[in-house]
Design a protein around this ligand. Structure first.
Ligand SMILES: Cc1cc2nc3c(=O)[nH]c(=O)nc-3n(C[C@H](O)[C@H](O)[C@H](O)COP(=O)(O)OP(=O)(O)OC[C@H]3O[C@@H](n4cnc5c(N)ncnc54)[C@H](O)[C@@H]3O)c2cc1C
Length: 395
């Protein structure tokens, strides 16, 4: 059978790829291809609520077949190689498909092998995480049942998907333990491998306010390097230590999809992620290849909030590049929504220059300061907007 060359071929149908494909159709692109092996589409932000008993697992996912627009040709296989010059993409069954332009949206994958002992600790239930949808029930069970001892939560520098939202399980767990009357009996600490908690001072101050109120010890420049039995191995500038813990909540190590480096689409210092110009989202060496979302080397802009901007810009830039017009610029806009307990949430928005941004159509209130309205938005409004607007290319 002859290989089909689509006008635009999108690789990956997560938040970014699906929204891009749908947006292309809405903008009148007549031949959009989508490469995605998974029959299930997950709305990841809800994982932090399911893993803390605040949402039901059935709210998390929908069949991909209900979401891919009829006008889009869905190739239900993984891409194993993208030829950067011809833009011919080889799929796992050996078949080929191509795009005049190719948008790489293959996300970031959890790489438990990068943390010695993590996979075994997850199996035993010592380690838990809201970041892996396969262990959410266990995560809630372990947090719900903890009554005393040491609980360590981790945060780390990029790469990670929705990195800053790892503060949600920490503060929501403290909220639960406070309501159960056991918080004082649990020694809760946050271990973060960076020297500052957050680079935006207003966000850092708000996070600290809640961490202090919950009695959480913050240990910066401290890295979890392994787990042995009930002990977590920590590394700081002054040396290595090991500590016994009752519960370890991990922000997992992340890696790029293998297809990126296998196709030579990574670059120096991108750690296997797509080497794009962070302003135009265009590949630095291959002008008809584009990268968005968690797959792209875009710093902290690995969030759904960031993707709402990126998908609009990449669709526009494919058109502008073809028309020879100047490309639209992405300012690195991203979000850091952190539920702080008591039905409140800090909804911070900032850009590459670390300046706070405000895009919500509500002007009166400080967004960084935790408020009930932001919790309702994050927990109840955004999931609906996601299924009915964002992945349909409408929001
Ligand atoms: C626990 C958690 C909570 C989060 N909370 C928030 C939040 O509150 N707010 C927020 O804005 N963001 C949040 N995020 C981040 C947000 O969910 C991600 O940034 C977003 O899902 C990234 O979308 P993506 O399309 O880049 O990648 P993904 O959604 O991961 O999609 C990538 C897709 O590519 C496919 N794929 C991979 N390899 C291949 C291949 N070789 N061939 C074809 N297809 C492939 C995968 O199957 C997948 O469907 C959170 C993330 C997590 C994990």
């Amino acid at each position: 059978m002859a290989m089909h060359r689509h006008d635009v071929l999108v690789i990956g149908a997560g938040n970014g790829g699906l929204a891009t494909a749908a947006r292309l159709v809405r903008r009148g692109c007549l031949d959009v291809g989508l490469v995605e092996p998974s029959p299930r589409h997950v709305y990841k932000p809800l994982q932090n609520y399911v893993g803390l008993g605040l949402a039901h697992a059935r709210e998390l996912s929908r069949p991909q077949a209900h979401l891919v627009p009829d006008e889009v040709a869905w190739h239900r296989r993984a891409a194993v190689r993208i030829d950067p010059r011809s833009r011919v993409v080889t799929l796992e069954d050996g078949s080929e498909v191509a795009g005049a332009d190719v948008v790489v949206a293959t996300g970031a994958r959890i790489d438990w092998d990068a943390l010695p002992g993590a996979a075994a600790a997850l199996r035993r239930g010592l380690a838990v995480t809201t970041f892996d949808d396969a262990v959410l029930e266990r995560t809630w069970q372990r947090i719900r049942d903890l009554r005393r001892g040491a609980a360590v939560f981790t945060l780390h520098a990029q790469p990670a998907s929705g990195r800053e939202t790892a503060m949600k399980p920490l503060l929501l767990a403290c909220d639960h333990w406070r309501r159960e009357g056991v918080l004082d009996a649990i020694d809760v600490s946050l271990v973060h491998d960076e020297p500052v908690l957050h680079p935006v001072p207003e966000i850092e101050a708000e996070w600290r306010r809640h961490l202090v109120a919950a009695g959480v010890r913050v240990r910066l420049a401290t890295r979890v390097v392994g787990i042995e039995g009930d002990e977590v191995l920590l590394e700081t500038a002054s040396g290595a230590t090991r500590e016994r813990v009752e519960l370890l909540h991990l922000l997992p190590p992340y890696a790029a999809a293998e297809v990126v480096a296998a196709s030579g689409l990574d670059g120096p210092g991108t750690r296997g992620f797509v080497d794009v110009d962070p302003e135009t989202l265009r590949h630095r060496a291959h002008p008809r290849i584009w990268g968005i979302g968690d797959a792209a080397h875009l710093g902290d802009a690995r969030t759904g909030g960031a993707l709402r901007r990126q998908t609009r810009i990449v669709v526009e830039n494919v058109r502008r590049a073809r028309a020879g017009e100047p490309l639209e610029r992405y300012d690195g806009y991203t979000v850091a929504p952190v539920a702080t307990g008591g039905g409140r949430l800090s909804f911070a928005e900032y850009d590459r220059s670390l300046a706070l941004r405000r895009t919500l159509p509500v002007r009166a209130r400080d967004e960084v300061r935790a408020h009930r309205a932001w919790y309702l938005l994050d927990r109840h409004v955004l999931p609906r907007l996601y299924w009915h607007g964002i992945v349909r290319g409408r929001a």
